[in-house]
Design a binder for this molecule. Structure first.
Ligand SMILES: [Zn+2]
Length: 264
């Protein structure tokens, strides 16, 4: 029996899974990926995530939130609808929310407005934050600090930055989510050092499927689609760079996910 793993971030509502979603869930189970947190990135997408959880209540939970890419399409008047989604029992985290100044799909003012709005909701719902940040570390931390003490904490998901940013998050009490970015020999080099410095009781693992197919996976699926079964690739890479066993990383990260999200 492989150790139980929890993929804390994947987009299983993505249409690339429409033709074989149950097979994807079965393959994940075969390698120990028993539980998964389905990322909600807009009102409609969060509702879709909740609907999917209702079909697999034993194994899935959802986040509800608005990704910074979609901030411009989210008028503040829609916050009531998001508040309602956050009260649903299938939802265990607020987000994904944050700032993305790398792609800049939404103007900064909209990103900051929608981030603050969700931080307010996270203080009310007391469901931990599922945080996204890219190329916006300083403004992100400045905004987050105002709210964090009134929230149930959270995770900096898909962490790809340097040790300084990791330390800032750890100092704030956040968990750090590691993806297959670590398995990328071109752009993941610096993360090999970062993962050695994250305390084991603050680390979470995620695939971000269907994105971020681990580059060290062999053979690679023709579709290039990532899926939750490939979470073991992330697990093994962390174990390798820490000089630890995959089992010890599995036990710790699964316990962390249970603790943060109140997983039954
Ligand atoms: Zn993200």
């Amino acid at each position: 029996m492989p150790p139980t793993l929890i993929d804390i971030g994947l987009n299983l509502t993505h249409d690339s899974f429409d033709h074989d979603r149950n097979d994807v869930l079965a393959r994940a189970q075969d390698v120990g990926v028993e539980y998964m947190l389905i990322t909600g990135s807009s009102l409609a997408n969060s509702q879709a995530a909740i609907d999917l959880v209702k079909q697999h209540p034993q194994r899935l939970r959802a986040t509800a939130g608005v990704h910074p890419h979609h901030a411009a399409e989210f008028p503040s008047s829609h916050s009531e609808q998001l508040r309602a989604l956050l009260t649903q029992p299938e939802v265990v985290a607020t987000g994904e929310c944050g700032l993305d100044y790398f792609r800049n799909f939404s103007p900064h003012a909209d990103q900051e407005r929608v981030f603050r709005l969700q931080l307010e909701l996270a203080c009310e719902s007391h469901k931990p934050l599922f945080l996204h940040q890219r190329d916006a570390h300083d403004p992100f931390v400045a905004i987050l600090k105002d709210y964090l003490p009134r929230t149930a904490g959270g995770v900096a998901h898909c962490f790809t930055a340097d040790l300084r940013e990791a330390r800032d998050y750890l100092d704030m009490g956040l968990y750090i989510g590691i993806t297959g970015w670590l398995c990328d020999e071109r752009r993941g080099q610096h993360l090999r050092e970062v993962v050695q410095h994250i305390p084991l009781d603050r680390m979470l693992i995620e695939t971000d499927a269907p994105y971020l197919l681990p580059r060290d996976l062999t053979p690679k699926p023709k579709s290039r689609r990532n899926e939750p079964a490939f979470l073991t690739q992330v697990l093994n890479a962390i174990a390798h760079y820490r000089g630890a066993t995959p089992e010890s990383i599995a036990v710790a990260t699964t316990a962390n996910a249970r603790r943060l999200f109140g997983w039954p």
